[in-house]
Design a protein around this ligand. Structure first.
Ligand code: HEM
Length: 458
């Protein structure tokens, strides 16, 4: 009787909302267990079945699912003070460091975001200066991949993940890190990912082995900082040196840790996006030819402006991020201290809210032929009308918490695609569905199974 009363009290605030029928006591958990690697598709299907706002139940916990541009604008852009970011904060606090805005709210979020090297006025210079060094890493990798894939195609996501780790190490700290550092990073990311996926609230800290791994990884980063202090390199282009020259406000441990947090931000989402782009290009040989012709018109060592001005490259990347976003959903919560209204419903404090870009980016009437890969759709003012972080195109989030690495990731992905496609024919996922062995790892849709080959062009 008491139990029924408690249950009724929990359910009552959501009684007027549509949603999938929950089963007592598991709620809608079964929807997610059958296709556990695709929660975004389940939530998008709620949008199709129940409209812009629905309620689902994870055991006895309600969660609001928003598939509506206007309501998502409220949560992410215009009424941010009524909400906070809960997950992945709890899951990732012991993995990342407190210096990352990703796991902060309130004043600490403002401090970490405004002090991050990535938001400083000189950051464009950093992108420009790293281009030659990254190109040589990528060309060596291309040669190696062409020889490795001479006989058979190999899964591309893992390979791109590692080369992205190497490129980010060069860009942030001036040279590559060791295999052992990569192993430590991957071990920490795996623990973070498991913590993000567990339906229970994760424990406050990692186990003792995890804590050791984290200490070791942070030590490697701090050693780079100490080396830069011991022998400053006045002309060095890496983020750490530039931030030090520019008198960053971040204390040493935070600054060095922030170099490592770039890996967590981009080492999964960036490769996922590049693999998806190469997959879509392989499926559409005409588009692939168009893009190749455009990148061949660039100089081998073209500058940042020329890279940015290459419209076919820009449009192909946008179209891939629209159709197959690496982060297809993310979350917020109502403040723990005050109920708030969303879509005409008064949501109790701490209600979980899922914001889904998967459906809005892939459906009409906003997008014509929404499921077709049509890079040219972005011409004629459409790119300007739908910038990154707008109502129907937000693969890197929206509003004040839009991805901190958004500009950097777009730059880096263009550099990778242009460098590869100038020299090699890349075939990715030939004859495979886009979701071959797809995983959900660290909040990212990972196309783990798509196999690729690189062939040097004559
Ligand atoms: C294609 C690549 C990327 C995608 C798809 C992506 C996606 C996203 C999304 C959707 C968010 C917003 C999450 C939310 O509002 O809850 C976000 C936030 C964030 N991203 Fe990225 N990201 C990418 C690359 C990167 C890179 C390269 C970095 C680091 C340089 C990075 C660092 C961050 C950080 C620190 C935040 C938190 C920002 C804040 O809360 O103020 N991301 N990203």
């Amino acid at each position: 009787m008491l139990f029924e009363k408690i249950f009724a009290r929990t359910v009552a605030p959501f009684a007027g909302l549509p949603g999938p029928k929950p089963l007592f006591p598991i709620g809608n958990l079964l929807d997610f267990l059958g296709k556990s690697t695709r929660p975004w598709e389940v939530m998008a299907s709620y949008g199709e079945r129940f409209g812009s706002m629905s309620v689902m139940w994870m055991l006895n916990q309600p969660a609001i699912v928003l598939n509506d541009a206007r309501l998502i604008t409220e949560v992410l852009c215009t009424r941010t003070k009524d909400f906070y970011k809960d997950e992945p904060c709890g899951a990732l606090i012991p993995v990342l460091t407190r210096s990352s805005p990703n796991i902060n709210n309130g004043a600490e979020w403002t401090r970490t975001r405004t002090q991050s090297p990535l938001t400083q006025p000189w950051i464009g210079e950093w992108r420009r200066a790293q281009m030659p060094a990254l190109r040589s890493v990528l060309r060596r990798w291309g040669e190696r991949m062409a020889s490795v894939t001479d006989r058979e195609a190999v899964p591309l996501q893992n390979e791109l993940q590692r080369i992205t780790f190497d490129c980010f190490s060069v860009a942030t700290m001036g040279s590559e890190l060791s295999d052992a550092a990569y192993a430590d990073f991957m071990s920490l990311a795996s623990q973070g990912s498991k913590r993000m996926l567990t339906p229970r609230r994760p424990s406050p800290d990692l186990n003792s082995r995890g804590q050791e791994t984290r200490k070791r990884f942070l030590r490697v980063l701090r050693d780079r900082y100490d080396a830069a202090v011991a022998s400053p390199r006045p002309a060095s282009f890496d983020l750490l040196s530039m931030a030090m020259r520019q008198n960053t406000l971040l204390p040493p441990d935070e600054l060095s840790a922030e170099m490592g947090n770039v890996f967590y931000g981009g080492c999964f989402s960036v490769p996922s996006t590049i693999v998806s782009t190469l997959y879509l290009l392989t499926q559409h040989p005409n588009e692939s030819q168009k893009l190749k012709a455009a990148v061949l018109q660039l100089d081998d060592d073209c500058d940042l402006e020329a890279l940015n001005d290459c419209k076919p490259l820009d449009y192909a990347l946008r179209e891939a991020m629209r159709l197959l976003p690496a982060v297809p959903m993310f979350g917020r919560r109502v403040l723990p201290t005050a109920a708030t209204e969303v879509g005409g419903c008064l949501l109790p404090p701490n209600t979980s809210i899922w914001l889904v870009n998967w459906l809005l980016q892939r459906s009409g009437p906003h997008w014509d032929r929404p499921l077709d890969f049509l890079p040219d759709r972005w011409g004629g003012g459409v790119a300007e009308a739908n910038p990154l972080g707008s109502e129907y195109f937000f693969p890197e989030g929206r509003g004040p918490r839009i991805c901190l690495g958004a500009e950097y990731s777009i730059f880096y992905m263009k550099l990778v695609l242009a460098t590869l496609l100038r020299r090699w024919d890349v075939e990715c996922g030939q004859g495979q569905p886009y979701d071959a062995d797809q995983k959900f790892f660290f909040g990212v849709r990972m196309p783990m199974g798509l196999r690729a080959r690189l062939r040097r062009r004559a």
